[in-house]
Design a binder for this molecule. Sequence first.
Ligand SMILES: Nc1nc2c(ncn2[C@@H]2O[C@H](COP(=O)(O)OP(=O)(O)O)[C@@H](O)[C@H]2O)c(=O)[nH]1
Ligand SMILES: [Mg+2]
Length: 197
Amino acid sequence: MKSILPINLAFERVVGNLAQLPFDEGIEIAVCGRSNSGKSSIINALGNNKKLAKTSKTPGRTQTVNFFTVNDDPQTKLVDLPGYGYAKASKQDQNNWAQLVESYLLGRQCLKKVVVIMDIRHPFKEADLVFLDWCKGLPINIFICLNKADKLSNNQAGQSLAAAQRASQEYPEIVHLQICSAEKGNGLEALGSFITS
Ligand SMILES: Nc1nc2c(ncn2[C@@H]2O[C@H](COP(=O)(O)OP(=O)(O)O)[C@@H](O)[C@H]2O)c(=O)[nH]1
Ligand SMILES: [Mg+2]
């Protein structure tokens, strides 16, 4: 079977607040997750381009939303939302994040799919639940990536997946949980089909 990867992801625009969002049209697929879970690394691995999104060892505080067109279709966009759950972020930064992301999620008609990146060693943390609770009842499908699987044995990864599956029962919008590694590249085909299908 022909691989679905890499996806052609082309940077389209960056916005710093909701007033700058493009028209609410076409299809948007949002990507979010706790800072340091590997969100940028996954986007770069999907696009096979290390320059698409900045990766870092220290969690950043960027509160911007980056748009990428998917496979040259100007009506289909991957939306890189700012990460959450960074313990050292100021209250002000956390409030700004919450306002931006919650308003985007709740107000966006063209948002059809959401990808949540979690570190497989720490899935479904409090900050993830806050985010998933906002998604409750929205007409979207959610795909969960349990990333950094290379840090665990297959057995440990399986246990983490089972625990994550139990936690996900609270969220009917979650359609798939996938063990993956941005570093090794495994598990990304399924994510690629979710994004492009
Ligand atoms: N071992 C391993 N490290 C990863 C993986 N994905 C990301 N990382 C590392 O985790 C750190 C944070 O990654 P980044 O993509 O910047 O996370 P973001 O804050 O969620 O965008 C970086 O040091 C990455 O190299 C993975 O699959 N395996
Ligand atoms: Mg990042």
